[in-house]
Design a protein around this ligand. Structure first.
Ligand code: ADP
Ligand code: ADP
Length: 226
């Protein structure tokens, strides 16, 4: 079962209005479990739109979104929200960690929200922080972390619930090149190890080339990059 399958996704903003923009016009994509796929394109090409649709934050005008084999279009709002929470991990350009919580607590939150007990949530969160080299930062708050460290915590948080698919929008856009490269490698390694599919939007072609596949959005469709 693919982690993510998109079929014939189309999306136009401001339909029928003077500002109408057709952003996606028939996107087909399958991401297998453990597979990392880069999504490249110039700014404004529709990467965020595609990630929002794949992440069930927006609905396509037409086409089908399946997460771990479940057709999201067939679900009501509550079931969609549950599927988003349980099966999709998000990483953004800025970490969006909660300031008043420690790194460990930030990673534990989605586990607790999903009903896991405190002790098991803590063990899972600690194991993830350890896997990204941040065991020693568990008790630090976001303000005490470097940009790269905070982004690694955000990746741990996104993967905590073992989602089917990780969606990342310019996850390293805010980091210096060396840190970006390390965070990117880590994200790919964790996704592979944990068997999650990953779809990662980036402007950085070098980093994109390290993924299992690199695709480009061109005139509303996905084509092989390079
Ligand atoms: P990217 O992430 O590749 O920069 P986006 O998906 O953010 O691209 O945007 C694609 C195009 O759609 C851009 O021209 C943008 O201005 C437009 N757009 C995005 N969101 C909206 C919206 N909510 N309403 C109108 N236009 C939008
Ligand atoms: P990024 O590509 O880094 O995610 P953007 O500036 O393209 O940042 O988009 C940020 C948010 O604003 C997205 O949720 C997008 O859908 C929305 N957005 C982008 N362009 C427009 C627009 N022209 N009108 C309304 N919303 C937009």
């Amino acid at each position: 079962v693919p982690a993510l399958r998109l079929t014939g996704i189309a999306r136009t903003y401001a339909k029928g209005l003077p500002g109408e923009v057709r952003v996606l016009s028939g996107v087909d994509l399958e991401v297998a479990p453990g597979e990392t796929v880069a999504l490249t394109a110039p700014s404004g090409a529709g990467k965020s739109t595609l990630l929002h649709i794949a992440g069930l934050l927006d609905r396509p005008d037409s086409g089908r979104v399946e997460i771990g084999g479940r057709d999201a279009g067939a679900l009501g709002e509550r079931a969609r929200t549950a599927l988003r929470r349980d099966a999709i991990g998000f990483v953004y350009q800025f970490h969006h960690l909660l300031r008043e919580f420690t790194a460990l607590e930030n990673v534990m939150l989605p586990l607790l929200a999903a009903g896991q007990g405190r002790r098991r949530a803590r063990e899972r969160a600690m194991a993830l922080l350890d896997a990204v080299g941040l065991a020693g930062r568990a008790a630090h708050r976001p303000a005490q972390l470097s940009g790269g460290e905070a982004q690694r915590v955000a990746i741990c948080r996104a993967l905590a619930n073992r989602p089917r698919i990780l969606l990342a929008d310019e996850p390293t856009g805010n980091l210096d090149p060396d840190t970006a490269e390390r965070v990117f490698a880590l994200l790919a390694r964790l996704a592979r190890e944990e068997g999650q599919g990953a779809l990662i939007a980036t402007h950085n072609m070098e980093l994109a080339a390290r993924m299992d596949r690199a695709l480009r959005l061109e005139r509303g469709r996905l084509v092989p990059a390079s």
